[in-house]
Ligand binder design. Structure first.
Ligand SMILES: N[C@@H](CCC(=O)N[C@@H](CS)C(=O)NCC(=O)O)C(=O)O
Length: 299
């Protein structure tokens, strides 16, 4: 392998989070000349512009410890510079939002570092209605993820994008039939339950009927889900690997608890939920441990 080939390989192995500075966008020779301090002065001009200069500056500050001493190997030098300049994804999230939690779990499982920008769905009449946020997501909902130079909303679309661009660990099984089951369960929750008990719908139902409305939506969905899981589940929703379906299940069970749904008629749902909740990715992303979790709800 040529030297520049080695650099490219090292970069590809070390840095799954390339964003707009993806290795494919720079020629190996450019990497190489960026990599040595003397040569970098002669480096062909590279477009190192990031969509968010402020973020880049922050990333630089955060990672000063990575700064390159002159004795460093050129390859390490390259990795350091590139790492510093690669912008972090930004997740627009609300601690209690079940759809945001799905995405947080996916990011945690795949080991993707990100910055959280909290969007408070209650404060100021709902920050999702601000002009700035509407420009990001015209649906006025969280989550939204800025990543690789694009903004994606709709939690399942985000998770599928992460799956396609950062395939390990896998969240969709290889077997097409199991994949279909995962998507079926995810859609059942994301399309058949959560939207019916979403904040904007509950506002329209009116305070007096909100609880019963939300409970009915969850109970009718869980009745179907319990039956489906009896044939698809192993340790988790589909077989023994954590999949996108599990990322939907846990936050939905949390919603069920919040709306005081009795989950004893759902032993399969409950036991899968219990097994998932002990996993680190589900714990660190829990609504009680987010940057915007109010003090009284922290655990
Ligand atoms: N289908 C969307 C639903 C997103 C959604 O409903 N988000 C809720 C929080 S979980 C929201 O932002 N609600 C704001 C509102 O209803 O005003 C997804 O999966 O991302």
């Amino acid at each position: 392998m040529t030297e520049s080939g080695k650099v490219r390989k090292a970069l590809a192995d070390w840095l799954p989070l390339w964003g707009p500075l993806g290795p494919q966008e720079l020629k190996p020779a450019q990497f190489w000349s960026q990599g040595t301090s003397r040569a970098s002065q002669r480096a062909p001009s590279l477009d190192l512009s990031c969509p968010d200069a402020g973020l880049r500056e922050e990333a630089w500050q955060d990672r000063k410890k990575w700064l390159t001493p002159p004795e460093l190997e050129p390859t390490q030098h390259v990795l350091t510079r590139a790492f510093i300049l690669s912008p972090q994804p930004i997740l627009y999230s609300y601690f209690r939002s079940s759809c945001s939690w799905r995405v947080r779990i996916a990011l945690a499982l795949k080991g993707i570092d990100y910055e959280t920008v909290p969007i408070n769905l209650i404060k100021d009449g709902g920050q999702q209605f601000s002009k700035d946020f509407q420009a990001l997501n015209p649906m006025k909902q969280v989550p939204a993820l800025k990543i690789d130079g694009i903004t994606i909303h709709q939690s399942l679309a985000i998770i599928e994008y992460l799956e396609e661009t950062r395939p390990t660990p896998r969240l969709l099984p290889q077997d097409p039939k199991k994949r279909a089951s995962v998507r079926m369960i995810s859609d059942l929750i994301a399309g058949g339950i959560q939207p019916l008990q979403n904040l904007s719908v509950l506002k329209q139902v009116g305070e007096e009927f909100q609880l019963t409305w939300a409970q009915n939506a969850i109970i009718s969905g869980f009745n179907a889900l319990e039956q489906i899981l009896q044939s698809t589940a192993g340790t988790y929703c589909v077989g023994d690997e954590v999949t996108m379906a599990d990322l939907c299940l846990v936050p939905q069970v949390a919603n069920a608890e919040r709306f005081k749904v009795d989950c004893t008629p759902y032993p399969t749902i409950s036991s899968i939920n219990k097994r998932l909740l002990v996993l680190e990715a589900f714990q660190v992303t829990h609504p009680c441990r987010q940057p915007d979790t109010p003090t009284e709800l922290r655990a």
